[in-house]
Each structure stands twice: as structure tokens, then as C-alpha cells.
Design a protein around this ligand. Structure first.
Ligand code: ADP
Length: 286
């Protein structure tokens, strides 16, 4: 890390920095652990043009989740730019690998977050999923919202990037007709929005934290779909979560449809290796 930035952070913290270590695990930004004689901080740095906005919307998401008092998020210390980088500085959460009890607590607390509701699906602002724009234009109908603000923009982007052909992509009317029978009685729930295993932490004393959110009000099963996309969380997570929400005969199909969004995002961010998974869901439902 550049020396000027280190000096800048040190004056911002009003503490001397004793150690800076690069961390791995994030997909989008460079991440560091910053140590001072008494504290630990987590820093993300990103030089992309839209990075400052990405970090601002991340902070908004972390704070909205925090305000619900259902599940913790790390405290944000600063979100700013320095020279040619945007940066986000927050509390470092000393973490451990989760025990079944930690998973149980995560499941209960996520379910509590999902009881926070709104009059509409979406959010009062757009945000990002990874580094891609995520449109949250409010809508009172989940079917409309999911078709026009989630699937369509990612399908369009994949076509533009020549990752999907026009004939495999359903049109908006086809999407709505196919999903109408399985999207019934859905109420807005505050979502993390990108809940894979790299986006929660369990502190050393067993407290769950959510990080790196892409929040909006949507169907609560969307977060569960993301937890299941790459292997799934521990069973005690689902046992705890399912004590709060009933599933029905279409849950399985909705989970696949919600995974489609994340797979399209992966296709658009990381390329062709996600084509097969995307194509098989498209062929199955549309
Ligand atoms: P990116 O936006 O680049 O995907 P993340 O916010 O997911 O970055 O952070 C990358 C990794 O850094 C996470 O998977 C996690 O292991 C670790 N991490 C993130 N926030 C903190 C924090 N506040 N304290 C400790 N470790 C963190």
C-alpha cells in the first residue's frame, strides 16, 4: 500500500499503524487488515470509476441492516476517496470457522432480518451486486420486480457481452407467464442480497455479522437461494431458519429461479464457465 495512504489513514484514525496485511477472499476490491497498538481495522480499496458509489451503497446497506437490530454488521469508520482510490474503512471482526451453534444463531437472526418489511419491493436507491449495477426501482408486485429489475437487466447484459444468444433468452412476457403460478402471496422482506459463504462472519465469541450486502426488499427465499448456490450452509442454519418460515410445493422451483439471477451475475462478471448452469435453468423454466 502506498505510504501517503498509510499516513492518511493513521491521521484519520488518530492512531499509529503498526502493521498492514493484504487479505484474500473478496472478489471485487483489494482488502487489508490494519493494526494499531490497540485496535484492528478492515480496509477495502478500489480504483474503479464507480468504486466510491459502490462503497457508499455498501455503507447504506450495512447501516440499514444494523438499524434493524436483528443481526450485526461491522461498524463503519470512513468511506471516502484518497488520490485515485475509493476506500472503505471499518471495524475488523476477529473471526473463526462457524460451529453448528453459530450456524443456528445465523439462521435465527437472518429470519429476524427477513421479518423487516416495506410497502414495496426494491429500495429507495440502486446499488451493486459485485461490481454490477443492481436496479431497485420500487414496485408493489414481486413478479414485476423480479422480471424487470432482476432477470431482464442481466439477460440483456449477457446478450450484449455475447455470453447468451437471443434465442435462449426469454422475453419479459414469457418470464412473467412462467413465474406467475409460483410467485404467490409474496411479501417484501429486507434481504442481505448476496448471501454466499464469504459474506458473513462469526466473531471469535460466536456473534454472526453480515458483510458486503446488496440489500433491497424482496422475497426472503432469495437469500436462501444464494446460500444454497455453492454447496449450502450447515444444516443447523436451515433448521433454525425454517422454524420461522413455511415452505410450499413451489419453494424448490423458486429457489432455482432466484439462483438464476445470481448465476447470470456470475456469467456477466466471470464469464463462460457459468453458461451451462444458466442455460439449464433457462431451458427448464422458459
Ligand atoms: P469484496 O467486496 O471485494 O468481495 P468483502 O467485503 O467480501 O470484499 O471482503 C473480503 C473478505 O474480507 C471477506 O470474505 C472476509 O473474509 C474479509 N472481511 C470483510 N470484512 C471484514 C471485517 N469487517 N473484518 C474482518 N474480515 C473482513
Amino acid at each position: 500500500m502506498n505510504k501517503d495512504l498509510k499516513t492518511h489513514l493513521s491521521s484519520l484514525l488518530n492512531e499509529s499503524i503498526t502493521k498492514i496485511s493484504a487479505l484474500h477472499g473478496g472478489d471485487i476490491s483489494n482488502a487489508y487488515r490494519i493494526e494499531t497498538p490497540n485496535n484492528g481495522y478492515f480496509l477495502k480499496l478500489n480504483k474503479a470509476l464507480n468504486a466510491a458509489r459502490m462503497f457508499q451503497t455498501e455503507v447504506y446497506g450495512l447501516q440499514l441492516i444494523r438499524k434493524t437490530n436483528t443481526i450485526k454488521t461491522p461498524g463503519v469508520i470512513a468511506c471516502d476517496t484518497f488520490q485515485d482510490s475509493a476506500f472503505l474503512l471499518m471495524e475488523f471482526i476477529e473471526n473463526k470457522s462457524p460451529s453448528p451453534t453459530d450456524f443456528k444463531n445465523l439462521g435465527h437472526q437472518l429470519a429476524q432480518l427477513h421479518t423487516c418489511t416495506s410497502e414495496y419491493f426494491g429500495l429507495d436507491r440502486d446499488n451493486f451486486i459485485g461490481s454490477l449495477q443492481q436496479s431497485n426501482k420500487p414496485n408493489t408486485t414481486w413478479l414485476e420486480f423480479y422480471a424487470t429489475e432482476r432477470l431482464l437487466p442481466q439477460l440483456e447484459l449477457a446478450k450484449q457481452k455475447q455470453l447468451l444468444s437471443t434465442d435462449i433468452c426469454p422475453r419479459v412476457q414469457e418470464i412473467k407467464e412462467a413465474l406467475k403460478p409460483i410467485f404467490k402471496d409474496i411479501k417484501p422482506a429486507l434481504l442481505h442480497g448476496d448471501l454466499w459463504s464469504g459474506n458473513y462472519l462469526i466473531s471469535k465469541d460466536g456473534v454472526p455479522y453480515l458483510i458486503d450486502p446488496a440489500i433491497y426488499y424482496g422475497h426472503h427465499e432469495t437469500d436462501i437461494a444464494m446460500t444454497k448456490l455453492f454447496g449450502g450452509f450447515n444444516d443447523s442454519f436451515y433448521d433454525a431458519y425454517n422454524a420461522h418460515f413455511t415452505r410450499d410445493k413451489n419453494t424448490f422451483h423458486r429457489i432455482e429461479i432466484y439462483q438464476l439471477y445470481y448465476l447470470l451475475v456470475h456469467l456477466n462478471l466471470f464469464g463462460r464457465s457459468y453458461y451451462g448452469s444458466v442455460a439449464s435453468i433457462l431451458k427448464k423454466y422458459f
